[in-house]
Write a protein that binds this ligand. Structure first.
Ligand SMILES: [Zn+2]
Length: 103
């Protein structure tokens, strides 16, 4: 199973794809993803069994495209999101905006 980049249409194995996730936005429940091939940055929501792509609107995120990833699981931790598939786990940390470097 391969997961596409919507910008350059490269396809990635889950390990390659989830390693490129960074910055978990806990408030919006989104992870940022930067394509290792073309550098395009996207935001997506990790859902049980699928990835949700969409657009922020009125302070919410509307999922309009879904990519099925059978067996995908997620677990919210204090300052990160754990993504797991089969026996692998990828940890996406939350960047502390406004706490680090304020004042
Ligand atoms: Zn790309």
């Amino acid at each position: 199973m391969l997961i596409p980049c919507f910008a350059c249409e490269s396809r990635f194995r889950p390990d390659e794809y989830f390693r490129a996730c960074h910055d978990y936005n806990r408030g919006m429940d989104l992870v940022a993803w930067t394509c290792p091939r073309c550098g395009n940055r996207d935001e997506l929501r990790i859902l049980p069994g699928e990835l949700g792509f969409g657009y922020p609107r009125h302070g919410r995120f509307d999922v309009c495209d879904r990519v099925r990833v059978p067996g995908l699981r997620r677990r919210r931790q204090d300052l990160r999101l754990d993504i797991s598939l089969d026996k692998e786990v990828w940890r996406v940390p939350t960047r502390l905006r406004g706490l680090v470097g304020a004042h």
